[in-house]
Design a protein around this ligand. Structure first.
Ligand SMILES: Cc1cc2nc3c(=O)[nH]c(=O)nc-3n(C[C@H](O)[C@H](O)[C@H](O)COP(=O)(O)O)c2cc1C
Length: 311
């Protein structure tokens, strides 16, 4: 229950209980360490770590980010210290933050995911978030999450290794998000997280080159919100799994819209890079908004959207 308001902010994502539905999205919040001196991290429902890989990665050469209309492109290239350093040096401190800690992991092969799930299974992380947007070496660098058969292979393998909640983060760069979502559900995922970034290109007219050194990058921010809402609604209607929704959320209104479309919880990414304080205010703002609409819980919003009858 929120102190000042008579609105219950608690939500559940499957068996994971969160004090509120607001999580920091992977890659836009680091490991929370930079913000810890300035903000009370226990105000958050949870934090998704920067994408972790088996070995340390230094990421792509710069420029890695470019501003676009109502959004940004990034090609950071999964810069991170590697899973072992995370577990030994970073996780112990994160576990003192007083919110759920979700380990976001990324691999090029099923074997990479298996190895990381094995070691994370022995830790106190709340849940594992499988980022399936990474290039797959076996199929010529195409994103692993675009192929339902590969998604099924990775999730099935991880499921056998852990009872920890497995959240599967989907790429929107597919024709049918539902086919991939169903593959993850059948393979034993506990929740679906959507969406990751949309593949894009920014061009520099002066140099006649792509702005990003990686040529292409992932589009995020308000520009992608309508696409994300549509995908969340489609997956909510087509599967039985809880959904964590994200893509362009920058206000309490945005967050409740995602919940109406079917999200049990939401994540904030790009907006934290513009205003790092916003995410900490969001749970209370959502509660205030819900109260203004005459509701006494945030969880009641999940899936309440009433689509128009097209006839
Ligand atoms: C700079 C940057 C780095 C990101 N790194 C990761 C990552 O390591 N793993 C991941 O699953 N998603 C990563 N993402 C994607 C976000 O978590 C999120 O899915 C996406 O940006 C859409 O949400 P937003 O519009 O609120 O930013 C990154 C996004 C940005 C902008």
């Amino acid at each position: 229950m929120n102190n000042k308001l008579a609105v219950n902010t608690e939500v559940k994502v499957g068996k994971v209980k969160l004090k509120n539905p607001v999580l920091a999205a992977s890659g836009t919040f680091g490991f929370g360490e930079e913000l810890a001196p300035y903000y009370n991290l226990s105000k958050l429902g949870g934090i998704c770590t920067k994408g972790l890989t088996l070995e340390e990665r230094r990421g792509n050469p710069p420029p890695r980010v470019a501003e676009t209309s109502s959004g940004m492109l990034n090609a950071v290239g999964l810069q991170n210290p590697g899973i072992d350093v995370f577990i030994e040096k970073i996780l112990p401190r994160m576990l003192t933050f007083g919110c759920a800690i979700i380990a976001n992991i990324a691999g090029n092969t099923t074997a990479d995911y298996i190895e990381m799930v094995r070691v994370l299974n022995r830790t106190e992380v709340t849940a594992l978030e499988l980022n399936l947007s990474c290039p797959n070496v076996r199929v010529g660098g195409m994103s692993l999450g675009t192929d339902p058969a590969l998604v099924s292979e990775v999730v099935t393998a991880c499921r056998q290794l852990t009872d920890k909640p497995l959240w599967v983060k989907l790429t929107p760069n597919v024709t049918s998000i539902l086919s991939v979502a169903l593959a993850a559900e059948e393979a034993g995922a506990d929740a679906l997280v959507l969406i990751n970034t949309l593949l894009g290109l920014a061009v520099d007219l002066k140099t006649e080159r792509p702005v990003l050194r990686n040529n292409t990058g992932g589009l995020s921010g308000p520009a992608i919100k309508p696409v994300a809402l549509r995908m969340v609604q489609e997956v909510y209607q087509g599967t039985s799994l809880p959904i964590v929704g994200l893509g362009g959320i920058a206000s309490a209104e945005d967050a409740l819209e995602f919940m109406l479309c079917g999200a049990s919880a939401i994540q904030v990414g790009t907006a934290s890079m513009i205003d790092p304080g916003l995410i900490f205010q969001l749970p209370e703002d959502m509660a205030e908004l819900a109260q203004a609409f005459g509701h006494d819980s945030l969880a009641r919003y999940t899936g309440k959207l009433q689509p128009w009858n097209k006839n």
